[in-house]
Design a protein. Structure first.
Length: 313
């Protein structure tokens, strides 16, 4: 497959972070972060609508986190099998390997995007669960977008411009400045996201449990679909796990696990070439009928109805 250039390099930039479509099937392409001249020190970049071709109306995913700050925009994005309307002063949060399809008015588009790999945060922050503590990443219960005040958006974009300056003209202390600005942005956005959707920023008790559980789900949901598997790995009772998860995410541990499994089934149905039988095998259902029964209970429709209707739920 011939690589498709996703971003454009400007001759005056030392740091580009060019992203190239490297892999994919007929239905899906994956864009991978290319460090370019960033080297090993900066696994992040700041891009604008001049760097990314948003006229490519194809479904794809990426291997990095993205936060898009839309100063001016009109259109929609299909993300997590849901359609999100995009307007001025809106922010979209995308985790690695989430499929998306942009349908934007490129003639009226002004957007700044922060992209980074998890390794960047792990190198900087001692907390390896940091991305799981951010309410807008790996989120399945609430929309992956917020709308904020114009002045707040302008403030965030000013910080993004400072990060870009440090990337282009790096100095001995650039890594410290980039780390500080990035941490401020991520935490401030987390506060605004929590406020908009009335989510707790912190709860009493062992706050590690829900984030450890969320992390373990991402690692093991394909082969471990019993809550008992996770309570054993965490060394806690089912009651303690449910209490901690519900306090943080407003749903039970079982619901969180089922959400993740359902999202994977929907994702594979829409974006892979696999049959229902193959998907059931990949997700360790004992037989395809069990997968179809699970899907019907969770969505109220059969897999055939979902495919035929191309329904975003």
């Amino acid at each position: 497959m011939k690589p498709v250039l996703y971003t454009r390099k400007r001759s005056d930039e030392k740091v580009t972070g060019i992203l190239v479509i490297l892999t994919g099937s007929k239905k899906l392409k994956t864009i991978k972060f290319h460090k370019g001249e960033c080297g090993v020190h900066f696994l992040l970049n700041v891009l604008t609508e001049k760097d990314i071709d948003y006229s490519l109306q194809a479904t794809f995913n990426t291997d990095y986190f993205e936060i898009l700050f839309f100063k001016k925009a009109s259109g929609i994005v299909s993300l997590n099998e849901k359609q999100i309307n995009i307007s001025d002063n809106s922010i979209i949060f995308i985790s690695p390997y989430q499929k998306r399809n942009w349908q934007l008015d490129v003639e009226r588009l002004e957007v700044t995007t922060l992209i980074f790999q998890e390794e960047f945060l792990n190198d900087f922050f001692a907390d390896k669960l940091f991305t799981y503590r951010l309410l807008y990443f790996y989120q399945l219960s609430f929309p992956l977008t917020i709308t904020i005040d114009h002045e707040d958006l302008r403030k965030y974009c000013k910080f993004l411009a400072e990060i870009k300056t440090e990337l282009i003209d790096s100095k001995f202390d650039s890594s410290h400045i980039i780390r500080s600005l990035t941490y401020y942005l991520l935490q401030s956005l987390n506060r605004q996201y929590a406020s908009q959707y009335r989510l707790p920023l912190n709860v009493d008790g062992n706050t590690q449990i829900p984030f450890l559980f969320k992390n373990l789900i991402e690692l093991h949901f394909k082969e471990k679909q019993r809550i008992g598997d996770y309570t054993e790995m965490l060394g806690v009772s089912r009651i303690s796990l449910n209490k901690a998860v519900k306090a943080q995410f407003q749903i039970t541990a079982s619901q969180l696990l089922k959400q993740r499994l359902l999202f994977e089934i929907q994702d594979q149905i829409l974006h892979s070439n696999r049959t229902i039988n193959e998907i059931a095998y990949d997700l360790n259902f004992s037989e395809p009928n069990n997968l179809m029964r699970f899907f019907k209970v969770q969505t109220g429709m059969t897999t055939s109805e979902f495919i035929a209707g191309k329904i975003f739920i």
